[in-house]
Write a protein that binds this ligand. Sequence first.
Ligand SMILES: [Zn+2]
Ligand SMILES: [Zn+2]
Length: 728
Amino acid sequence: MTIIRVALAVPVDSLFDYRADRAGPGDIGQRVLVPFGKTSAVGVIMDVTSASTVPEHKLRHVLRVLRDAPRLSREDLRLLEFAADYYRYPLGRAVMETLPARLRRTKDSPARKQTGGYLLTVAGAALTPADLPVRASIQHRLLERLRRGALDSAEARRLSRHERGVLKRFLDRGWIEWRQAVTSPRSAALAEPPATPALNSEQTAAVDAIRSGLGAYRPFLLLGVTGSGKTEVYLHAIAAALAQGQQALLLVPEIALTPQLETLVARRFPGARIVSLHSGLTETERLAHWLATANGQARIILGTRLAVFAPLPDLGLIVVDEEQDGSFKQSDGFRYSARDLAVARARQRNIPVVLGTATPAFETYHNAVTSRYTMLRLTQRIGAPPPRIDCVDTRNQKLADGLSSELLAALRQRMEAGDQSLVFINRRGYAPVLMCRHCGWISGCHRCSAQLVLHLRERELRCHHCGHVAPAPAGCPGCGNADLSPVGQGTQRVEEALARQFPSARILRIDRDTTSRRLAWPAMRGRIERREVDILVGTQILAKGHDFPHLNLVGVLNADSRLYSNDFRAAEHLYALLTQVAGRAGRGGARGQVLIQTEFPHHPLYTALVRQDFQAFAESALAERQQAGFPPFVHQALLRAEAPRLATALEFLDEAARNARSLDAQIALYDPVPAAMPRRAGRERAQLLVQSASRPRLRDFLSAWHGALSAIRATRARWSLDVDPIDF
Ligand SMILES: [Zn+2]
Ligand SMILES: [Zn+2]
C-alpha cells in the first residue's frame, strides 16, 4: 500500500495521510488534490511511505496528483520544514502560503488566461489600515488583500459584491493602478550593454573573495559606506555565479526599489533571463515568474522577502541588500526573517551568501567580528566625498518654530547657491498632540493607547494607529477653554514654519498624506529633478534609495525622541535611519552637509554618527548588550496575546509562564506585561518574553511550549509566538 503524507493549509502541525497507489518517491514535492472533510483541497506531497498510523479503513484516496507544474525539490522542502519548525508555524500553511496563489486553488489550472490586475501604487503601499475609515470593512479587506499582491477582478468579486465602487475609489485616489499581465521575459537584448564601471581595489578584493567562495557555504558581510558601490560588487559576484552555470537570488527590502534595480540588472546581463518575485505582481505574472524560476529558465531572481522560498534548482549565490531592514521580517502570521533564512538556505545548499549594508544589524555585525561571517569592507564613497555631519546643540537657544539659527543659516546659503535641501522629521501631521494648558486635557484616542495627531489643514484629529478621525474641537472638551495648544512638531507645522522663514522658497512636503493622491509621487519626483523645489520636508518615505543629484543639505529635527526608548534596538534603528537620511546629501558629486538638531550632542550615538564610525557605535552598544544580556548574546521569543480585556490576555500569559517553568527551569522568563502600546483598535495586548543563551535549548523549549499552549482551551485570548522578534 502506498501512503502519501500531505501538507495542507490548515492550522495544525501535522501532515495528512492518504492512499495513493500510483504515487512513487518521484512525486515528493508534487502538488496533489485530496478530499478534505466534505470538500477537496490542494496540498503538497511531503513524503511517500508504506505505513500510516491511521487505520486502513479510514484512509482516503487522493483525487489526483497534479503534475502540471514543477515539483518542489527535497532541498526546497527541507528549507520549509526548517522554517516552519524554527518559527513555530504550521508546516502545511508554510508550504502552501509560499506557493503562487494559482497553484493553491482547487479549481484553477495554471494555464488559465488572465489579463491583468490591480496593484498598489507607491502611495497605496504606504497606506496602513489607519488611513481608512474604521468602519469601512470592504475597504479594509481589499487593502489587506492588495498588500499581499496584485488582485484580479475575479478574485476581487469573490472578496466582496461591492468591490467595484471601492476599487474605483482606490483608483481615483491613486492608491492602486491597473496593470496588464506581462508574462514574457524582460527583453533587454536590444539595449546596448553599458560599459562595466572599473572597480576600485576594495571592490575588487570583495568580488574576488566572493568568487573564490562559490561552491561552498560561506556567509559574507559586505559592510560598505553609503555610496561605496555595493551594487557593483553584487553584479560582479552574480556574473561569476552565472558563468559557472548557477542561478543567483538577489533579495531587496522594498518593492518600490525593484524596478530601478531590475532595469540595471537586465542591462548588465542581456543574455540572462531575469525575473522578479514580489507582491506587486499579478497572480499570472507571479505564477509565470515562479515557473521560470523553478524550471531553471530564469537565471537571476530579484525579489522581496517571500522570494527566499522560491524553488531554484541551480542556486549558486544569494545576495541580501540592506540586510538590516525590518521588512525582511514578516510581522504577522508566518513571522520568518528572510535574511536569516537566506543564510540557512545557503548553508543547506552549500553556497555563499552576501549580506550587504552600511549599517548591519548588530546580530550580523557580531557574527562578522566573531568570524562566523567573513567581513568585506568598502570604506570609500565613489564619486563624492562623504557628507559632513554636525550636531546642532539646541539646549541654549530659542528655536524659531523649532528651527535652529544654524539650520536656518545653512538653508539660506543653499537657497542662494541654487541647491536643494531636505528637512527631515519623522512625524506627519501638524502636531503630535493637542493640549489644554488650563485643565490638562490632551487629545487621546478612545480605541488605542495613543494620542490623536492634529492635522491642521484638514482641521482634524487623527489616530495614526487605528484610523479614528474626529473634527478638531473648537474648545477644550474638558473645561471649555477656547485656547488649545498644539504641542510638538509634525511635517505640516515644519512646512508652515519654513514658509514663514523663507517666503520666496518653493517648499514641497512629502509624507504619506501628500503622496496618497493619484500619481502624486512621480509628479513630485519630476519637480525635484527639474529643480522646481528648494526645500523638501519629508518623513522616512524619503530616506531609502532615492537619489536627488541637487540635494546637498539635510537637516534632521526631533531625532532625540527615539534616543530613549524602552525598545533596546531603538538606537540601532535610529543610527541606521540617520545614516540613510544623511546619505541623501551630496549624491551629485558635491560634498553634502548634514545638521542634526539635538539636546544631547554628546550622546555616543551622535558622536559616532558625526565621525561616521559605525564600528565604534556598534562595539560600545554591543558591550552594553552583553552586560545587560540582550541579543545577540541571548536568543529570544515573544509570546503575544490579545483579547477584548487586558486581564484575559494577562491571565493567559500567566498560565503560559507557569507552563514554561514546568517545562524548562533554565529558560529565562520575563513577567507578562502589557505591550508597549497596550490598546490598539479596541483590543488589549500583552506579551511574555522568554530567552536563552543557547539557541538549540530555546528551540527545544519552544517546541514543547507551543504544544502545551495549543492545549489550553479555556481562554478568549488570541496568541502567537514570535521567534527572534525585532519589535516589541
Ligand atoms: Zn481644558
Ligand atoms: Zn486609535
